[in-house]
Design a protein around this ligand. Structure first.
Ligand code: ADP
Length: 310
């Protein structure tokens, strides 16, 4: 179990990126969903030992990771948002280099470990190809291979599906779901589909605060019978938005199809029909209801724990 208690991060500025995050994350896949700037990467960097929190506690199975960051290293795999590759190395040489950098040792030798890891992420067929010839999805799988070295208890993946085409994304989902059987996988994303596909539980984060901890099923059930869909001419949209809680407006066969949330007893506009809520509806409503942080942001750290820059 990974437990976060009152985690605060204030960058110089000051910019308060995390405003007291409390989370208990069990084994399996757990999502961290929020828009850009919500504080996800800050949280992931703190959990991966790259950034010191201003205050708060991070415990992994009883280990205090803020006081003893070195204790985390053997248990952690991290796939950062920006992953640097040497394009002219082959996949297997790149992986070996990354494992050497990490200080991974293997009783059977690094060559054999690399072969095993490449097999694990379905890249054996491309082991000898240069990384520059890899697709986005293959690069992400190579990133997962290095993160899995040492069989970590905790795997952190930061926005891993951005830039993957639909087929690569599906393949990558399957790999992540498989590796989450054996460990905690924390998946940070702003893509609702990532969470819908993968996460039995997830936290919604905005302005450095946890807005909700829920499951895709629970989040949709909470909107049962309150979602309606109809067509609104684009010219009427601004006034319509003032009068109704719009979750989404998308073009469908050239028409402006609009989804609204109308709680029991609220009048529904003519022509609108009840529809099944989606996780996207639930997420967008949560975002609409999120209070804006008080400006200006001020550090909340105790004097004894100075802010640490990235
Ligand atoms: P996300 O990953 O959800 O997009 P981030 O954790 O990157 O969010 O950023 C959260 C907030 O912290 C944003 O307002 C961002 O501008 C700010 N921030 C991130 N890194 C730094 C930094 N090194 N210095 C100052 N502010 C930062």
């Amino acid at each position: 179990m990974l437990s976060l208690r009152n985690l605060v991060k204030v960058y110089p500025g000051p910019v308060t990126a995390l405003r007291g995050v409390d989370l208990d994350i069990p084994k399996g896949m757990f999502g961290l969903l929020g828009p850009n700037g919500a504080g996800k990467s800050t949280l992931m960097k703190i959990l991966s030992g790259l950034l010191e929190p201003t205050s708060g506690e991070v415990m992994l199975d009883g280990l205090d990771l803020v006081r003893h960051p070195e204790a985390l290293r053997p248990h952690l795999g991290y796939l950062p948002q920006e992953f640097g590759f040497y394009p002219y190395l082959s996949g297997q040489d790149m992986l070996r280099y990354l494992l050497e950098l990490k200080g991974v040792t293997a009783p059977q030798g690094l060559k054999a470990l690399c072969a095993q890891l490449l097999e694990r992420v379905n890249l054996t067929f491309a082991a000898k190809r240069k990384v520059k010839e890899y697709s986005g999805g293959m690069r992400q799988r190579l990133g997962i291979a290095q993160a899995l070295a040492g069989d970590p208890k905790l795997l952190i993946v930061d926005e891993p599906t951005a830039g993957l085409d639909p087929e690569e994304r599906q393949r990558f989902y399957r790999l992540l779901a498989e590796v989450a059987h054996e460990r905690t996988v924390l998946l940070s994303t702003h893509i609702v589909e990532d969470v819908a596909m993968l996460c039995p539980r997830f936290a919604v984060i905005r302005h450095g605060r946890v807005m909700a901890i829920t499951s895709p099923t629970e989040a949709k059930a909470a909107l049962h019978d309150t979602l309606f869909e109809g067509t609104v001419p684009p010219a009427d949209m601004a006034a319509f938005q003032q009068a109704h809680r719009v979750t989404q407006a998308v073009l469908f066969e050239g028409r402006n199809r609009v989804r609204i949330h109308a709680a029991q007893g609220t009048p529904v506009p003519p022509g609108f029909e009840r529809t099944q809520p989606t996780l996207e509806d639930a997420y967008l409503l949560l975002m609409k209801d999120a209070p804006e942080p008080k400006a200006p942001t001020a550090p909340t750290a105790p004097a004894s724990a100075p802010a640490v820059g990235a």
